[in-house]
Design a protein around this ligand. Sequence first.
Ligand code: FAS
Ligand code: PHB
Length: 389
Amino acid sequence: MKTQVAIIGAGPAGLLLGHLLKAEGIDCVVVERQQPDYILGRIRAGVLEQITVGLMARLGLDGRLKAEGLVEEGFNLADGERLIRIDVANLTGKTVVVYGQTEITKDLMDAAPERGLPVIYGAEDVALFDIESDAPYVTYAVNGEAQRIDARFVIGCDGFHGPSRKAIPASVAREYERVYPFGWLGILADVPPCNPELIYANHERGFALASMRSHTRSRYYVDVALTEKVEDWSDERIWDELAVRLGPEAAAGMTRGPSIEKSIAPLRSYVFEPMRHGSLMLCGDSAHIVPPTGAKGLNLAASDVHYAAEALVAYFKRSDNDAVIGYSAKALARVWKSERFSWVLTKLMHRFPEDGPFERAMQVAELDYISSSVAAQTSIAENYVGLPV
Ligand code: FAS
Ligand code: PHB
C-alpha cells in the first residue's frame, strides 16, 4: 500500500491527526495493534483544554462533547482543612471541559469510516524502516499475513510502549525521566460527583482527586504505594480513604456505589528528544509522559498533533518543509512547560516518602501563599487551562 502519511497508533493522537490530515485532503492510514473495544476500555484522561476542544470543533466532531461535556470554570486545592478555589474563568477568561478520553476516542473512531480515514486494527509486529530517507515504510501483519505501507512520513502516535520512539537512533536521542514513588488508584462509579468542580487534596494520609465524567458518573483517585495491588482495595476501603483525604465538606457530598472500573496507574515524568528524526515524527505519549496531576497528557497529545498537522499540510500543499524541520523544537517548547506544571502540582499535592517536616512546611506555606495571592492563582490557572499553542 502507498500513502502520504502512515500513522502508528489509534489512540487520541493518532485518530485526531488522521482526521485532521484527511480533512485537508492528505492521504493517510492509521495502523493499530489493538481492537477498538480494548482501546475504549482504557479509562484515562478526563479534563480537556481548549486546544483539544477546538480541534474536535474544527473537525465538526464535537456534537457529543458540546452536549455532554461539563464546562468547568474552576477547580479546588484542598489541604485537610479548607478548599482553595482556583477561579480559572475569571483569572484567564478560559475554561476546561470534563469529557472522558474514552468519549473523545469513540467520537474519532466512529467518524473514521464516514470520513474515509482508513484505520487498520489488529496490526501485529508493526516495524518502521528507512525513517532517515524520504521513502520510509512500515510493515505489520494482520491475521498472520505480512503487509507493507510505503509513505513520505511516518508519525509515531503509539504511546509510551510503541515501536516509533525506539526507531530513533540512540546517537541522537536524549531522555529525561522522573519516576514517582507512588501510583494513582482510580475508581469509576455511576454515582453523582461529590462536588461540581474537581478537588485535588493533599491530606496527611495522602493525595486524593475527586473528578467526574458526567452528572451521574464520578471518577476518583487516591495515591498508593507502588507495592499496592488493586485487588487489595475493596470499593469500601477506597470510599473510606477518599472520605478522609478529601475532607469533611467533600465527604458530606459523596455518594458511594459499586466501581465499574478500578486500576492503579504508575506516575512518571518523561521526555524524549528529538520529536522528529528524518521522516519520523512523534506525537503524544510516544514522546512524553506527565503525571496526571496537571491533566496534561491527552492535551499535550492534541497540541503535538496540531503542530504536526500544520507542518504536514505546509509540506504537501505548499512544498514548504520549514515547519516539518521546526516541528520538534516547537512541540517540545510546549511539552516542557506542561512537564514543569505537572511536576510542580504533583510535588505540591502529594506526600513523598523521602520528604521530612521541612518539605511538608514548604507545601503548607505554598498552599497558604496560593490561597492569598491572585498572582499565584493566576499562574496555576493559566497552566491548568492550557498555555497558548
Ligand atoms: P495512547 O497510549 O493513548 O495511544 C497509543 C496507541 O498506540 C494505543 O491505542 C496503542 O494500542 C497503540 N500502539 C501501541 N503500540 C503499538 C504497536 N506496536 N503497533 C500499533 N499500535 C500500537 N492523561 C490525563 O490527562 N489525565 C489522566 O487522568 C490520565 N490518566 C492516565 C492513566 C493511564 C493508565 C495512562 C497509561 C495514561 C493516562 N493519561 C492521563 C495520559 C493519557 O491520557 C495519554 O496522555 C493519552 O492516552 C495520550 O494519547 P496517545 O499519545 O494517543 O497515546
Ligand atoms: C480524570 O477525571 O480522570 C482526571 C481529571 C484531572 C486530572 C487527572 C485525571 O488531573
